[in-house]
Ligand binder design. Structure first.
Ligand code: ADP
Ligand code: ASP
Ligand code: MG
Length: 404
């Protein structure tokens, strides 16, 4: 008898039919004698719809109220899933994140889990229930409702599996596993049997939304092995785990496309010690994550540079507000925003021991007439920013060059 944590994403619970199907799968596991904890997302489209409603009221809504609003999406699904299990005569109880003991910090809309005390989950399991927990949400020690960032139900599941010391953690989604690239963009992408935490981290950081980045960080830190698989069939999925030696023989594991980034360029920043520090401190203090940063060489008599950086698109309005507030004090001329970009990345642990990968990547893009606007690298990843309308073709070209 195993303790199993299963997470079902938005599409997998996107209609009452789908919820009934999920209940059937859960009931089958329980029928085999397993103890099952289920984490569910909001029904597909619901979170986006709620964000749209808030933006109709005002462009930059209060973030505490955003969390109050967004947490309702998952709350709908937990109750419906519990009912669907009741309809199959399976005892089940739904819990909010707070009731499941998920405590977070107070950074509304991007809260971090501080600890999980799943006392109630254990007690309800001991009484023979399937426990259904709302993904994406938690509560501060002061009792405020928080959410964990987009895609945060993945984090709820991994963290709950870690806290419960689950024997198995299964992430059910609308594709068969982690592929060499988004199968919706690259039809020839292949499903991977396994992938290392580090590669999954880089792919997720590069925009492969199949797993939320922070959930993979958590899994790596607490050594939670998990499987990504489809809720629509019984095919084996992808196991995400510690790196093994055989993984190194592959140079490139995958190609990611991120359409969710925006570029900001600060024009004519005084070339003095401390300018960059002040700019990025103000951005960080607003809980905005910066990805790539490029600074041009100093130009002009007074010594000024341009600094470009990328952030998540939904943070653009907030970032502009912060930058407009500090522009005069720091002395840059203005902040120009460009939403019309995509980031394309290649990832693989084998890159550590192979040279010439960057040259091959840039050459393939050049041959296709695709201009590179920014470049960044890590030990196992190379990312480039291109115009948004070139993102998909760049992804397919790099997949062909490195993976076919
Ligand atoms: P869920 O609602 O289950 O959390 P998501 O929409 O967040 O699902 O993530 C699944 C989607 O991720 C897939 O439908 C697919 O289009 C996309 N995706 C992007 N990159 C990859 C990849 N490398 N492998 C698999 N899916 C990917
Ligand atoms: N419902 C949330 C979102 O759409 C969390 C999740 O689905 O993981 O981002
Ligand atoms: Mg997701």
């Amino acid at each position: 008898m195993a303790l199993i944590v299963q997470k079902y994403g938005g599409t997998s619970v996107g209609s009452t039919e789908r919820i009934k199907h999920v209940a059937g799968r859960v009931a089958a596991y329980r029928g085999k004698g397993h103890r099952v904890v289920v984490i569910v997302s909001a029904m597909s489209g619901v979170t986006d719809r709620l964000i749209g409603l808030a933006r109709d009221i005002m462009p930059l809504p209060n973030e505490r109220e955003m969390d109050m609003l967004l947490a309702t999406g998952e709350q709908t699904t937990i109750a419906l899933t519990a009912m669907a299990l009741h309809a199959l005569k399976v005892p089940a109880i739904s819990l909010t994140g707070a009731q499941a003991g998920i405590t977070t910090d107070g950074v509304h809309t991007k809260a971090k889990i501080q600890n999980i005390t799943p006392k109630q989950v254990h007690r309800l399991l001991d009484d023979g229930n399937v426990v259904i927990v709302a993904g994406f949400q938690g509560q501060t020690p002061e009792g405020q409702i928080t959410t964990l960032g987009r895609g945060g139900s993945d984090l709820s599941a991994i963290a709950m599996a870690g806290a419960l010391k689950a024997d198995l953690c299964q992430i059910y989604t609308d594709v068969d596993g982690v592929y060499t690239s988004d199968p919706r963009v690259v039809p020839s992408a292949r499903k991977l049997g396994e992938i290392s935490y580090d590669e999954m981290l880089e792919l997720a950081g590069a925009g492969a939304k199949v797993m939320q980045l922070r959930s993979v960080e958590f899994a790596k830190k607490f050594k939670v092995v998990f499987e990504v698989r489809s809720s629509l069939n019984d095919n084996p999925g992808t196991i995400v785990k510690e790196e093994t030696q055989s993984m190194e023989s592959v140079v490139i594991r995958g190609v990611s496309l991120d359409r969710n980034q925006a570029k900001i360029t600060l024009v004519h920043v005084p070339d003095q010690p401390g300018a960059a520090a002040r700019i990025f401190k103000a951005i960080a203090d607003s809980a905005i994550n910066v990805d790539m940063i490029v600074q041009t060489a100093s130009h002009g008599a007074g010594g000024a540079t341009d600094i470009s950086f990328t952030i998540d698109k939904p943070d653009l309005l907030k970032a502009k507000k912060v930058l407009d507030g500090i522009g005069n004090a720091i002395g840059f001329k203005h902040a120009a925003a460009d939403e019309n970009i995509s980031k394309v990345s290649i990832v693989g642990v084998g890159m550590r021991s192979h040279s010439g990968v960057a040259a091959k990547m840039f050459e393939a893009l050049a041959d296709a007439g695709i201009n590179i606007e920014m470049i960044s690298t890590s030990e196992i990843k190379i990312s480039v920013v291109v115009k948004a309308d070139k993102g998909e073709s760049a992804t397919r070209i790099l997949h062909r060059v490195f993976l076919e």
